[in-house]
Design a protein around this ligand. Structure first.
Ligand code: NDP
Length: 500
């Protein structure tokens, strides 16, 4: 990668990866190989093995042994913290390489990928402290004859299935917390974005993580992913992706070993803008909330709900922001919106844009496939005259498509915001503290932003209400999620006999 200009160059040839088991790469050998093309340039950038069911069994068995022999969970918090801290430092050292492959496989702008990688190092650094502070509880109020303890134990072997929209960030919102708890891991990244998960596994070994504690199997969701969710020796599974596959994960757990589940699924997230907001700031935030990562975020602010008195003027302000945002080559440092990650997703977004018009919504701007000679790009799109029953107002589009609906009262704004099966995230824009707090309390969402959007970090937990998922990742909650609670009653002195 030549970085002489503000545009990085493409690799001369695709990088070949093995999958990762027991502290080392396993070359593809006789297995089929998946060739990933960069969605921004349409050239091959990585070669990834298609693992077999036997490979998955081997990875799970290695993770099982590594958990059961306590090579990781048996270390004290200080030793685990040291590994996580070193991993954070190594991520910073290899940040440029990670960001480069993230951009090549995913299509996101390089500047954004770099910022995400920095945030991921931060996750490891923060979680290292949690490895030391994780603790249970004690009950010293049970009388002179009894003492009570509540301890937390790692849940065991954790499977992680991650999607293609934030391959490294979503992984790092989980891995350091899971390792802090003492669990071992088998991760399956999306087939189209596997490179940075494999790089992380290598980094963890270099940081001193014992072999077998972080394993990565690669391949498609329908084969390796399905086998992982059904695997009886996986104690917990963290799944991030579509609600449809989330349902399959729940069914598979029920059919097999009732593995514990963490699910982060879809969202159709409201952005409520009151007339008293700083409208310039809000327009910028709203454009960012749907333009960031080409709207391919579970937390994208895809439903704009604006007080009627300013609705038309605000739509024009957002339109003006969209007109100035830089869409283009993900490897160009000036780019703000990159490529759509998969062909299937590109088709899905365009079909929603068609459906919106067919259902009677008014296309205010965008709605086009943009032609840069190669790659797949869609211009930021704004729809007016949207009603609550339209598909574009109800279903997760996962693209840069924003719908506007006006409201007259705060009650109506809250009702529109909650009129969805999802409950992942929401934002409110107002300078009135009472309105901000009323909306924050009553809109059903796991993450909430007041006068900002998409803010995040390692401290605050992530997760959804309603059909957006189960459980929480990150923060102390993210470590506790990967533990089981054990209560211990300790008799002091002689117990009173049952048979006298
Ligand atoms: P999926 O839910 O299919 O993919 C997410 C992950 O699940 C990927 O790693 C995928 O692997 C894997 N997977 C797919 N099928 C199975 C299975 N049967 N068992 C286990 N794992 C499986 O999402 P899509 O890629 O199809 O995207 C479709 C829609 O999902 C998007 O339009 C968007 O609405 C939503 N989505 C939401 C995300 C979120 O962050 N909440 C992230 C991604 C998508 P592989 O990719 O290798 O097939």
């Amino acid at each position: 990668m030549d970085k002489t200009s503000t545009r990085l160059s493409l690799p001369v040839s695709p990088r070949e990866f093995g999958f990762y088991v027991n502290g080392a790469f396993v070359p593809a050998g006789p297995r089929e190989v998946f060739s990933r093309n960069s969605p921004g340039h349409d050239v091959p950038v990585t070669l990834i093995p298609k693992c077999t069911a036997d490979d998955l069994d081997m990875a799970v068995s290695v993770a099982r042994t590594a958990f059961d022999d306590r090579r990781w969970s048996g270390l004290n918090g200080q030793a685990r913290a040291a590994v996580l801290l070193r991993a954070g430092a190594l991520i910073r050292e290899r940040a440029e390489e990670i960001a480069y492959f993230e951009t090549l496989e995913n299509g996101k702008p390089i500047s954004q990928a770099r910022a995400e990688v920095g945030g991921c190092a931060d996750m490891f650094e923060y979680a290292s402290g949690l490895a030391r502070s994780l603790h249970g509880d004690s009950f010293n109020n049970l009388g002179d004859g009894m003492f009570g303890l509540v301890t937390r134990e790692p849940v065991g072997v954790v499977g992680i299935i991650t999607p293609w929209n934030f391959p490294f960030l979503i992984l790092c919102e989980r891995v350091p917390y899971i390792l802090a708890s003492g669990c071992t891991i088998v991760a399956k990244p999306s087939e189209v974005t596997s490179a940075t998960t494999l790089i992380l596994a290598e980094i963890l070994t270099e940081a001193g993580l014992p072999d077998g504690c972080m394993n990565v199997v690669t391949g498609s969701g329908s084969t390796i992913g399905q086998a992982l969710i059904e695997h009886p020796d996986v104690d917990m599974l963290s799944f991030t992706g579509s609600t449809a596959v989330g349902r399959r994960v729940v069914e598979a757990a029920g059919r097999t070993n009732f593995k514990k589940l963490g699910l982060e699924l879809g969202g159709k997230n409201p952005q409520i803008v009151f007339a008293d907001a700083d409208l310039e700031d809000a327009a910028d935030g709203v454009a960012f909330g749907i333009g960031f990562n080409t709207g391919q975020c579970c937390v994208s602010g895809s439903r704009l709900i604006v007080e009627r008195s300013v609705a038309d003027a605000f739509a024009q302000m957002v339109r003006a922001k969209f007109a100035r945002v830089v869409v283009g080559d993900p490897l160009d440092e000036a780019t703000q919106i990159g490529a759509i990650t998969t062909d299937a997703q590109n088709r899905t977004i365009l079909s929603y844009i068609e459906k919106g018009q067919a259902e009677g919504a008014r296309l205010i701007c965008g709605g086009e496939q943009m032609d840069f000679g190669r790659g797949q790009f869609i211009s930021p799109t704004l729809f007016g005259d949207v009603t609550r029953d339209m598909a574009i107002a109800r279903e997760e589009i996962f693209g840069p498509v924003l719908t506007i609906m006006p409201f007259d009262t705060i009650e109506e704004a809250i009702a529109i915001a909650n009129d969805t099966e999802y409950g992942l995230a929401a934002s409110v824009w107002t300078k009135n503290i009472d309105k901000a707090l009323m909306v924050t309390r009553r809109v059903q969402a796991g993450r909430f932003w007041v006068n900002t959007t998409l803010a995040g970090g390692p401290e605050l937990p992530l997760g959804g209400f309603k059909q957006s998922g189960w459980g929480r990742e990150a923060g102390i909650y993210g470590v506790e999620e990967y533990t089981q609670v054990k209560s211990v009653h300790i008799e002091i002195g002689k117990r009173s006999p049952w048979i006298g």
